[in-house]
Design a protein around this ligand. Structure first.
Ligand code: COI
Length: 354
């Protein structure tokens, strides 16, 4: 792929690496690729980071044909720039796009684009503990039209943001509100995709949870409001008795890259891992009878986030005395060790950008 580069004439001052927060700063450049029906993907370019001019009738603004991804770049102790399983993001975006009738960006093109912009902006990769460069590829319908149909033109853009922890709590336990009024997804819908609409629909519950003093929402399935599915920005796993349980990927749950990686680690460590339905009643019962040992969310942005409290209709369960459990800590140390290149990567998950 030929990528044309226009360098910014006003490079920004880099933010303080110890107070990055999440998603507050953006680098000097962005990468764009255009798509037009009949022509395919064309005009890949790196340009200064700037506002996007858009027709007010651009279809994304009306009917939300938009998908996105999230992955991170890290600098290992040798100074190399590394990505973590970018092919998983490329494939997930292809699946998301298929559901939203958007064109597929081929896997090799996705990876080449990510590598090109990250390499170009590598001075922005923070090196303070627990920081990384968050990569946000996204695609939207650009065609001006107010009829409801798949657009005939799209833009694929990548922006980059140096980040610290997603939650202010860092790797300390968070409190979770079990949502029994709103639903996130149903099978046959878009729950398995990473599309902006899923997140728009989640905000009301998120606001409600925050008003009640909770960091995130745990979604129940949209039909029975009975089975636990995922958390606002993460998949979630429950360690009950001798089994680690997480919701199956069967249409309404996001196939998380971190989820997949954790399942692999857990299986290799000899744990009994089940991708199966778990009812909220069984979960609360386990919380009360002492068999619920640990609960943790998994996601690219959050990495792994221990859950210290669940509130379901006023019934409260405290997990592991509101402390980060040993298994959660071991998973965090192993995954971040691999991602930051501090420990061996037996899975070949990391990829050095040459
Ligand atoms: C990620 O974990 O990368 C996500 O995309 C979640 C997000 C909505 C911040």
């Amino acid at each position: 792929m030929d990528i044309k580069i226009t360098r910014s004439t006003h490079l920004k001052e880099k933010p303080d690496q110890n107070h990055l927060g999440f998603g507050n700063y953006f680098t000097d450049h962005m990468l764009t690729i255009d798509y037009d029906e009949g022509q395919g993907w064309h005009d890949a370019r790196i340009t200064p980071y700037e506002p996007i001019a858009m027709d007010p009738a651009a279809m994304v603004l009306h009917y939300a044909q938009e998908t996105f991804e999230g992955l991170k770049a890290y600098r290992n102790p040798n100074g190399d720039v590394m990505l973590f399983r970018p092919e998983m993001n490329a494939r997930r975006m292809i699946n998301s796009n298929a559901r939203l009738c958007m064109p597929a960006l081929p896997e090799e093109m996705f990876i080449e684009a990510v590598e090109a912009i990250v390499k170009y902006e590598q001075d922005w990769i923070p090196t303070a503990p627990d920081t990384s460069l968050y990569i946000r590829p996204f695609m939207y319908a650009a065609q001006p039209s107010v009829g409801v149909h798949p657009a005939n033109s799209y833009k694929f853009i990548i922006i980059l943001s140096p980040v610290g922890a997603y939650y202010p709590e860092g790797v300390n336990p968070i409190k979770i509100w079990v949502e029994d009024e709103y639903v996130r997804a149903v099978k046959g819908g878009t729950g398995f995709t990473k599309c902006g609409g899923n997140y728009a629909a989640s905000v009301a519950a998120q606001v409600k949870a925050e008003q009640k003093g909770y960091t995130q929402v745990l979604w129940l399935d949209g039909v029975h409001r009975k089975y636990v599915e995922e958390v606002g920005t993460m998949n979630i796993m429950f360690y009950i008795g001798d089994e680690i349980i997480t919701a199956p990927i069967d249409g309404s749950v996001l196939p998380g890259v971190t989820r997949d990686s954790m399942l692999r680690l857990l299986k290799d460590w000899g744990y009994k891992v089940s991708e199966r339905e778990l009812s909220i009643d069984d979960l609360m019962e386990a919380g009360h009878n002492g068999t619920l040992k640990e609960v943790f969310g998994t996601g690219t942005a959050a990495v792994i986030s221990p859950v210290g409290e669940l509130n379901y209709k006023g019934d409260i369960v405290t997990i592991n005395d509101f402390k980060t459990g040993p298994l959660t800590q071991r998973l965090y140390d192993t995954l971040t060790g691999i991602q930051w290149g501090k420990i061996e990567d037996p899975y070949q998950w990391t990829r050095i950008i040459k």
